[in-house]
Design a protein around this ligand. Structure first.
Ligand code: AMP
Length: 215
């Protein structure tokens, strides 16, 4: 049986990717980010890549039957036998219901709460190291040495295809319509924690450190 599942909920740009990677390191649990999995599938031109890109580039959610099929395989793999940090899944009530049908572990939910205008500014500055995938922000969270990745020393960074303003606004709309109802849903299931994700990265890291002691 899978032992520990931590689910990160929050608007795009609320810090799920950054905090998920830190938690994964601290808890020695894999960080399963559906967005990262799908972006990799698109780059590798796998069977479903065209369909994934079609939705993602418009800021729309990928249909749940396809998402569920892909993610279930990851969560039930040996890599996740001790548990995992889930970032970006479940993202709709239908996905949450499907998830419960094959996972009987109680989940702990961390909700990274943040205002829309803050995430728009954050996402527009987001850049990623092409070599190791480390995330930065060209306004708030630059590499220590200009143009050089702190993680691997590479010097090439890109923005995500879906990080332009129109797509961000569409993703925020999708979040409000499809994902926000999950907050109420999970408040009554397992453990639920709310974090003020508008604070600095370090402050959020500290808050999460005290939360994981209670999980
Ligand atoms: P993210 O990296 O989590 O912001 O996800 C990027 C994009 O991937 C989203 O805008 C969706 O198009 C797609 N995506 C990621 N996770 C899901 C999910 N659980 N359900 C549907 N679409 C998803």
């Amino acid at each position: 049986m899978i032992k520990k599942i931590i689910l990160l909920l929050g608007l795009p740009g609320s810090g799920k990717g950054t905090q998920g990677a830190i938690l994964s390191n601290e808890l020695a649990l894999p960080h399963i980010s559906t967005g990262d999995i799908f972006r990799k599938m698109i780059l590798e031109e796998s069977k479903d890549s065209k369909k994934l890109a079609e939705y993602m580039n418009k800021g729309k959610l990928v249909p749940s039957d396809l998402v569920n099929k892909i993610v279930r395989k990851f969560i039930l793999s040996d890599e996740c036998h001790k548990g995992c940090i889930l970032d970006g899944y479940p993202r709709t009530l239908a996905q949450a219901e499907y998830f419960i049908s094959y996972i009987d572990t109680k989940v702990s939910v961390i909700y990274l709460k943040i205002d829309d205008d803050v995430v728009v500014r954050r996402i527009l500055g987001r850049i990623i190291c092409t070599s190791c995938g480390k995330l930065y922000n060209k306004y708030f969270d630059k590499p220590n040495k200009e143009g050089v990745c702190d993680g691997c020393g590479a010097n090439e960074f890109i923005a995500r295809d879906d990080d332009d303003k129109d797509t961000i606004l569409a993703r925020i709309e999708e979040y409000k319509k499809e994902t926000l109802p999950l907050i109420e849903y999970y408040k009554h299931k397992g453990k639920f924690f709310t974090v003020n994700a508008g604070k600095s990265k370090e402050q959020v890291v500290n808050e999460l450190a005290s939360i994981i002691k209670k999980i």
